[in-house]
Ligand binder design. Structure first.
Ligand SMILES: [Zn+2]
Length: 364
């Protein structure tokens, strides 16, 4: 028998932010097609627009996400109340994405990143806004929120996620949970100092989460298989993608489900070996977080530009020729250079995750 791999996905969705059933259909398309979407941490319209531009250019769907720190930055570091800034910044960014995404012609998942115990009130405040948005529009503001209680005892972790998922499921939202521990640190969440066994998600823990959460609503799992936030010298990260298979197999066997029943998330994708990224795609990973690499991709070309035009960043007029430097120091010039850096790096990410050309968005 010969099979030709389809060049277009069997499903199509309206372009723009996807939530509820559409989100689940997109996740299924990823897993069935053995590809994943990059989830890019954004901090402002520059990074959001660059992510949307990159997705459109590569005809891939994409995940836009905000950490609590990114949301706070979006609201403005000078905003008088730090907690309110984290809430309103995330809401404001979400409105921007809702406004713009459909015009880029791709499907966009809107998500928030790690929320540990002390950040639960942040998530609950975003849910207040999400519920109000749902009342008005019939769909949620965000596709999903992540709750990271991996530092808490397992039962407390799952019970709190269940409580929040009830609220999210009522407005067609999904939850991302963390079991095991991602190494490194992100926005003050996580730690370098954890014992090695915890770096690998235990299949029994995933089964327990499945049994509690699946009856309530949709959840995905940030699985730990040696992945680490941030980019470190080679040799420091020992990824074991096959670990993911153990959780999939246990849940599949015990619950009598099809292959890869779990929707898995790969945290700390920056700096990872490309072969091992590819390997995770066979084990039900539909989302890979990327932050550190896109930060550097934004900064590097701006650094180069500033170096190449150093005088324009020191004086408004060339002291020798008298020529104004307005074109060089105009923020639109060098911010655009950074945006292009993000677009270029994400083009590589789409290729690594095999999502290039696979957008399920219906052409207009
Ligand atoms: Zn993470």
């Amino acid at each position: 028998m010969t099979t030709t791999s389809p060049t277009t996905s069997p499903i199509t969705l309206a372009a723009g932010v996807v939530t509820g059933k559409d989100y689940l259909a997109l996740v299924k398309a990823c897993k069935d097609g053995h590809y994943a979407l990059p989830a890019v941490n954004v901090v402002g319209t520059n990074s959001i627009n660059a992510v949307l531009e990159a997705a459109a250019k590569n005809k891939s769907d994409v995940i836009v996400q905000l950490s609590n720190g990114g949301a706070e930055f979006y609201a403005g570091k000078g905003f008088p109340d730090s907690f309110q800034a984290k809430v309103l910044g995330a809401v404001s960014a979400a409105h921007h994405v809702h406004m713009m995404a459909k015009h880029y012609g791709v499907c966009v998942v809107l998500h928030t990143d790690h929320a540990n115990k002390k950040l639960i009130p942040w998530v609950e405040a975003m849910l207040d806004h999400g519920e109000a948005y749902y009342k008005e529009h019939g769909r949620p503001l965000f596709s999903s929120h992540m709750i990271d209680l991996s530092e808490e005892p397992l039962d407390a972790n799952i019970a709190e996620c269940a409580r929040l998922l009830k609220r999210m499921a009522a407005i067609d939202m999904s939850i991302e949970i963390e079991l095991g521990c991602t190494g490194g640190e992100e926005d003050g969440v996580g730690s370098d100092d954890i014992d090695n066994a915890r770096l690998y998600t235990q299949p029994e823990d995933v089964l327990k989460a499945y049994e509690t959460l699946a009856p309530i609503g949709h959840f995905s799992v940030a699985a730990s298989f040696g992945n680490v936030h941030g980019v470190y010298a080679p040799g420091n990260v020992k990824l074991r993608p096959d670990i993911l298979k153990n959780s999939q197999d246990l849940v599949q066997r015990v619950k009598g489900l099809g292959e890869n029943p779990l929707d898995l998330v790969f945290h700390g994708g920056s700096g990872s070996d490309k072969g091992q990224i590819a390997e995770t795609l066979g084990y039900g990973v539909f989302k890979m977080n990327i932050d550190t690499d896109t930060q550097f991709a934004f900064a590097k070309p701006i650094g180069d530009f500033v170096k190449a035009n150093a005088q324009a960043f020191a004086t408004q007029i060339d002291p020798e020729s008298g020529k104004p430097f307005k074109k060089e120091y105009d923020p639109r010039t060098w911010l655009r250079v950074g945006e292009k850096g993000i677009v270029e790096r994400l083009s590589e990410a789409f290729a690594d995750l095999k999502s290039t050309g696979k957008s399920v968005a219906r052409p207009e």
